[in-house]
Write a protein that binds this ligand. Sequence first.
Ligand code: OGA
Ligand code: MN
Length: 253
Amino acid sequence: MGSENRTPVIIPLPEPRLEHSETSLNRVAGDAALAGAGMPQAAGLVPEQWLDRLADELSEQAWLELDLSARLPDGLLPALLNEVRILERTDAMSRAGIGRGADRVKDRSVRRDKISWLDGYTEPQARLFEFLNQLMAGLNQRLFLGLKRYEAHYATYQPGDFYKRHLDSFRGRASRMISLVLYLNDDWRLEDGGELQVFTTSDEPQPLGLVRPEAGRAVLFLSEEVPHEVLPARRTRYSIACWFRQDEVPLPL
Ligand code: OGA
Ligand code: MN
């Protein structure tokens, strides 16, 4: 093509706000006892005792709510939020479907969010993947799930969007085993709605818990066991959903 077509397409990149990440990567997340033990993990983001508690709660009650703001490198949450906002502005988010392959349907009565898969290539995503790798290794050591990989997507819910009660995986498929949802929203107020409702593993209609999608908050649960639902948001709601999987090559959900 002619040289007049060389005008570059400028995609605004997220501001690198990770200047302090070297130090925070080496920190043992405020755990004096562990620091004294002298054997922090390679990058030290995920302390052993914290993983012990996670694994205990997961096996006892199948889900837990977490605050990851102290576990993630400084500046990572705003950098991820910045990135998903850019994806949203550049129309890179696509309507989410339900199921995979030939079964995939886009049923707006079930879910209305838009998603964009993470590939780990941008700096914020690489930092997040570092954390997810450590989390996966730690869970494998404790729960013997044989988790091999994970997949993660950004999700945006516009005002009025929801995701009706569902499970993330069907029993016996051994695909998605553990779900993690990390929220990216600053100053989420009660009137903004969009809470995640977590239900018991039985059919009871009463929710067990209600999680506000506030930046740094996260939920971890067994994908095949825990029904959950995203209530209608009244303000744009940003999150990352991640699934730790047992299969090496993708199987249908
Ligand atoms: C999902 C999901 C929950 C949330 O994407 O499967 O349940 O709070 N997300 O965003
Ligand atoms: Mn889900």
